[in-house]
Design a protein around this ligand. Structure first.
Ligand SMILES: [Zn+2]
Ligand SMILES: [Zn+2]
Length: 259
C-alpha cells in the first residue's frame, strides 16, 4: 500500500534515527591532497627554508614513537621537518588521531553540529548523496531494526499519528489522487480476481476468507497502473510487507523468510 513516498521519512519514523552520517570532512579544513604533491619535483624544505634533496627510494627512517625502522613513504610529508617527514610513522599518527577523536568526541561532534547548522545547504546535499548511495543498506538496516524492536516501533508510530492526526489522512489523500491518474478498477474486478485466485493470497497462497487487500502487482510508484490487469488479491500481511517492492523482489524475500 505504501509506495515511494518519503521512504526516508518512513525509515526515520520506524527507527527514530536520523540516518544522517556526520559529515566528517565538514570540520576539517580543506588541504591539498598529499598525492597531488609530487615529491620528486617539489623538494621539501628544512627548518631554514633551504630546499632539501628529493626523497630517494630505499631510505629508511626510525619512528620516534614506536622505534621501528620503516621506509620513508610510511611517514607523512611534513615540510617543517629537516628530512621533510613527520617523526612518527603513519600508523602511530593514525593511532594518535583515533585516540584524539575518542578523547574529544563530544567537542568534535559539537563543532560538526555548529558547522552543519551554519551550512544547511551543504549539509542537505551531503545527506542526500549519502542516502542515495546507501539506500539498500539503509532499508536493510531499517527492516532489521524493525524486526528487533517491533513493539517499540509500533508504539512510536502510534504516538506520532496521535500528535500528527492529519499526516496519515493527507498522505492517503495524495496517494488516492495519484492513483486515479493511473487508471481505475472496479469492485467487480476485484471480486473476479478473487475467483481467479480461488480465494488464495497471490503471494503466499494462504486462504483469504473475507480479509483481503487488492494489491498492485507492479507498484504504482514503479510505473504500475491502477487498472484491473495490475491488481492481484493478497492477504493483508503480504500486501503491507510488499510495500513498493517489485514482484520478483518480494518473492525473493518470501523465499528468504522460508514461506
Ligand atoms: Zn611508529
Ligand atoms: Zn499472503
Amino acid at each position: 500500500m505504501l509506495d515511494g513516498h518519503g521512504i526516508i521519512s518512513v525509515l526515520r519514523l520506524i527507527t527514530g534515527a536520523s540516518f544522517l552520517t556526520p559529515p566528517r570532512h565538514c570540520y576539517t579544513m580543506p588541504r591539498p591532497a598529499l598525492s597531488a604533491r609530487d615529491e620528486s619535483q617539489q623538494p621539501s624544505r628544512g627548518k631554514a627554508g633551504i630546499s632539501m634533496p628529493a626523497v630517494q627510494e630505499g631510505i629508511m627512517k626510525t619512528c620516534t614513537k614506536c622505534s621501528t625502522k620503516q621506509p620513508l613513504d610510511q611517514f607523512c610529508v611534513d615540510a617543517s621537518r629537516k628530512d621533510g617527514r613527520h617523526p612518527w610513522c603513519k600508523q602511530c599518527r593514525s593511532r594518535r588521531g583515533k585516540a584524539y577523536y575518542q578523547d574529544n568526541r563530544d567537542s568534535i561532534l559539537a563543532q560538526q553540529l555548529i558547522f552543519r547548522r551554519a551550512n544547511p545547504e551543504h549539509t542537505r546535499a551531503i545527506n542526500r548523496k549519502s542516502i542515495a548511495k546507501n539506500r539498500d543498506k539503509l532499508r536493510a538496516m531499517g527492516r532489521e531494526y524493525y524486526r528487533r524492536n517491533k513493539k517499540a516501533v509500533i508504539k512510536r508510530i502510534k504516538r506520532y499519528h496521535k500528535t500528527n492526526p492529519g499526516y496519515w489522512r493527507s498522505w492517503q489523500h495524495r496517494r488516492l489522487r495519484r492513483l486515479r491518474t493511473m487508471g481505475v478498477h472496479t469492485k467487480q474486478d476485484v471480486r473476479n480476481q478473487y475467483q481467479i485466485q480461488h480465494g488464495q493470497c497471490f503471494w503466499c497462497h494462504r486462504l483469504l476468507g473475507d480479509k483481503y487487500h487488492a494489491d498492485h502487482y507492479i507498484p504504482v510508484s514503479k510505473g504500475g497502473t491502477n487498472t484491473a490487469d495490475n491488481i492481484v488479491i493478497a492477504c493483508p500481511s503480504c500486501n503491507l510487507r510488499k510495500f513498493n517492492l517489485m514482484p520478483d523482489e518480494f518473492l525473493a524475500r518470501l523465499n528468504d523468510e522460508g514461506q
